[in-house]
Structure formats: C-alpha cells, structure tokens
Design a protein around this ligand. Sequence first.
Ligand code: ZN
Ligand code: ZN
Length: 111
Amino acid sequence: MHLTAEAVHGRAQERLPEISLATVYNTLNELVAMGEVLEVPAGGGAKRYDPNAHLAHQHLVCTRCGELRDVFPAGETALSLDADDRHGYEVTAVRIVFEGVCPSCREAGAA
Ligand SMILES: [Zn+2]
Ligand SMILES: [Zn+2]
C-alpha cells in the first residue's frame, strides 16, 4: 500500500472530518523522520508513503498510470560504491525503482 498524502488525508477524514491536509503532511513527515514510514519517489508523480518501512524491499512503478508495487529483487541487490565514488558519504540505503508498463496499461495500449 503506497498512498499519496492526499489519499491518506481522504482516509483520515472518514474518522476525523476536521483534519487538515497540513496536519496529515506534518504527521507523515514526522513518521518518515522516525523511520516508521518510507517516502517513495514515484516516477514523477506525487510522492507516496509506504508503511512497510521495516521490511527491505524495492519498488516497481508503472510509468503510465503510476501504480506502485513492492518487489523483492532476487540476486545481488546490495549495490556498493567504491570509496572514490562515495564522495565521503556514509551510505545508509539503496533505493531501486523498476519502471515499466503494467498489464492493464499494456492491454489498454494494445486495444
Ligand atoms: Zn499502468
Ligand atoms: Zn513499498
């Protein structure tokens, strides 16, 4: 489940009709800072929020409709940088986004 802030806001309003979008953004930012929620860059679309923060995974995104799925790539996913390429950074995470066209978009395209 990867919701945009607007979608989280919509859901929150079902319980708390007065809640503002700003409150939702602030809460999401706090959760991201605490490491409870991941921010997922979604191929140019609105940022998504991912509650699956404690399980290492990567993302597959449809470049047409923006559908986003969790994927667990097989094989060597621990990409590493040589010291020279690290520019003095301490690298703490690698994010991989696989981009492509989902089955429903492919069907729509073929029709
Ligand atoms: Zn699609
Ligand atoms: Zn995810």
